[in-house]
Design a binder for this molecule. Structure first.
Ligand SMILES: Nc1ncnc2c1ncn2[C@@H]1O[C@H](COP(=O)(O)OP(=O)(O)OP(=O)(O)O)[C@@H](O)[C@H]1O
Length: 230
């Protein structure tokens, strides 16, 4: 279980507080107005940012000062971050070894991850020889291959059209169901939250609120969410 205990983050004159837990094997959307602190929240959990107060706990263990690579989380930023000069397999392999010195076992895991996102046989291709949807699958395979219990996605499929995005969200849900990992996914589209997330964290007015059931929250939004949804 992920717990944010009395967290306070300060970036210049921006402040964000958070004090809640996320149950295991739950898919959670993170929504809220632009600049509200959604990416900041994910950066805190991933370990790229230290709070000025409070603790980040994973299964009751304090990971507030743990380096990003040693945390239980795999993170995917906006626009996939694929390296154009590397093959699909190498881009996935980066999730295992940043220096790409892959063992035989690592290579097997990369191939398995590519197969699980429907890209068996595509490992040698460069991103430029893949469609947008296929590139998203490679990025997802890089997250999967890390086999972490916490998956953090920051607007992962925002560049895709609606049909392809829906397909990727369904694939994501299917893969997470298999692994039992917990998902926190930032999105600007409430329909993404409805499609993939049982629970939703609303980030607004300087606070990240505890996860709530997605459908009731979106059907009956509090004022801050109503103003954002329009
Ligand atoms: N390094 C920094 N120094 C000072 N302020 C920062 C820094 N990084 C981000 N901020 C501010 O922190 C606030 C939260 O930013 P964040 O990127 O988390 O918002 P967001 O909700 O993800 O926004 P968006 O939906 O537009 O991506 C913003 O007001 C931003 O200007």
């Amino acid at each position: 279980m992920l717990t944010l205990e009395g967290i306070s983050i300060v970036q210049g004159d921006f402040r964000l507080s958070a004090d809640f837990s996320v149950e295991d094997s739950t898919r959670v959307a993170v929504i809220g107005p632009s600049g509200a602190g959604k990416s900041t929240l994910l950066s805190l959990i991933a370990g790229f940012l230290e709070p000025v107060a409070g603790r980040v706990l994973w299964n009751d263990e304090d990971i507030t000062a743990t380096a990003p690579g040693a945390r239980p989380a795999a993170m995917l930023f906006q626009d996939n971050n694929l390296f154009p000069h590397l093959s699909a397999a190498q881009n996935v392999g980066l999730g295992l070894r940043p220096d790409l010195r892959l063992s035989g076992e690592d290579t097997r895991r990369v191939e398995e991850a590519l197969a699980r996102v429907g890209l068996a046989g595509y490992g040698a291709r460069k991103p430029s020889a893949l469609s947008g949807g296929q590139q998203s699958r490679v990025a997802l395979a890089r997250v999967l291959v890390q086999d972490r219990p916490l998956v953090l996605l920051d607007e992962p499929f925002s560049a895709l059209g609606p049909a392809l995005k829906a397909e990727m969200l369904d694939l994501l849900a299917e893969l997470l169901d298999e692994t039992g990992a917990t998902l926190l996914m930032v999105s600007h589209d409430p329909e993404d939250a409805r499609r993939v997330a049982q629970r939703t964290i609303l980030v607004a007015d300087g606070a990240a609120l505890a996860p709530q059931d997605t459908a009731p929250l979106l059907d009956n939004p509090p004022p801050a969410l109503k103003a954002y949804l329009g």
